[in-house]
Design a binder for this molecule. Structure first.
Ligand code: ATP
Ligand code: MG
Length: 265
């Protein structure tokens, strides 16, 4: 079964989509079978991975409202191990249309459950809100990865996110865990960046990934070419840091599997 990781933070512009696209492609070049699900009506993960609007056809909206089945909305990408369920602006309608559906928080979980056997990792890129789309993603996930930008006010809103995670855990998904906190857009020339990492460590040192994503211009340029950074400039700091993050996640998962194997007599 796939490990489903939800990339969430209701704060805008903290690197959720950059992380979703580049972690998904880094796992895919390690020959892990990956499905990237764009859960944001902005559709940035879809365009960032090179899926043109006209090519998207039916997408996550149609899957959620029951107008399409999962295999019909899964598209291939430039990387052989990476598939994508894209999103477009009309996904915003799903927030409203699902309100009257029984079990509205678990619709995404059911839908991706139909294809999860085909993948090693499923990554869910969330919108910058704690609405029904994010709640669906948290309910569908095994774990949540929280990107935090190395900027002042970065920790603002983290408590509401953690509260939402706790509520989802209590009501819809008791297995939900925190995959980790990822520091993004770190600027080594700026003391503030180190201070923010220090503040996160004061509360969440166990949760913070060792890998820190630097501010890197290649990461901000690559989406406009519809490419993950490792197809745009594989030697850039941005590319190597997302490859390191993928390695950290894979190693941790291998460690979990090993511990589980040892625990079973
Ligand atoms: P939203 O909340 O709108 O969905 P987001 O959390 O998904 O935003 P991104 O779209 O990934 O954030 O990033 C916001 C902006 O910062 C984008 O223009 C992106 O290219 C840029 N960016 C993200 N990470 C980096 C980085 N490490 N270095 C430089 N630019 C970055
Ligand atoms: Mg985004």
């Amino acid at each position: 079964m796939a490990r489903v990781i939800c990339i969430a933070n209701q704060k805008g512009g903290v690197g959720k989509t950059t992380t979703s696209v580049n972690l998904a492609s880094s796992l895919a070049v390690a020959e892990k079978r990956v499905l990237l699900v764009d859960c944001d009506p902005q559709g940035n993960a879809s365009s960032g991975i090179g899926i043109a609007k006209e090519k998207a056809g039916r997408h996550l909206y149609h899957l959620l409202i029951g107008a399409a089945e999962a295999p019909e909305v899964v598209l291939e990408s430039r990387l052989p191990f990476l598939h994508v369920i894209p999103a477009q602006q009309d996904l915003i309608g799903a927030e409203v249309e699902l309100v009257s559906v029984p079990g509205r928080e678990s619709v995404l979980k059911k839908k991706i459950g139909e294809v999860s056997g085909e993948y090693d990792y499923i990554l869910l890129d969330c919108p910058p809100s704690l609405g029904l789309l994010t709640v669906n993603a948290l309910t569908a996930a095994d774990s949540v990865l929280i990107p935090i930008q190395c900027e002042y006010y970065a920790l603002e809103g983290l408590s509401s996110l953690l509260k939402t995670i706790r509520t989802v855990k209590q009501r819809f998904n008791s297995f939900l865990t925190v995959e980790g906190i990822l520091m993004t857009m770190f600027d080594a020339r700026n003391n503030l960046s180190s201070q923010i990492v220090g503040q996160v460590d004061a509360h969440f040192s166990k949760e913070r990934f060792q890998t820190i994503i630097p501010r890197n211009v290649r990461l901000s340029e690559s989406p406009s070419h519809g490419l993950p950074v490792l197809l745009y400039d594989v030697n850039s700091k941005g590319a190597t840091s997302y490859l390191a993050l993928a390695r950290e996640i894979m190693e941790r998962r291998a460690g979990d599997a090993e511990r589980a194997r040892v625990a079973v007599p």
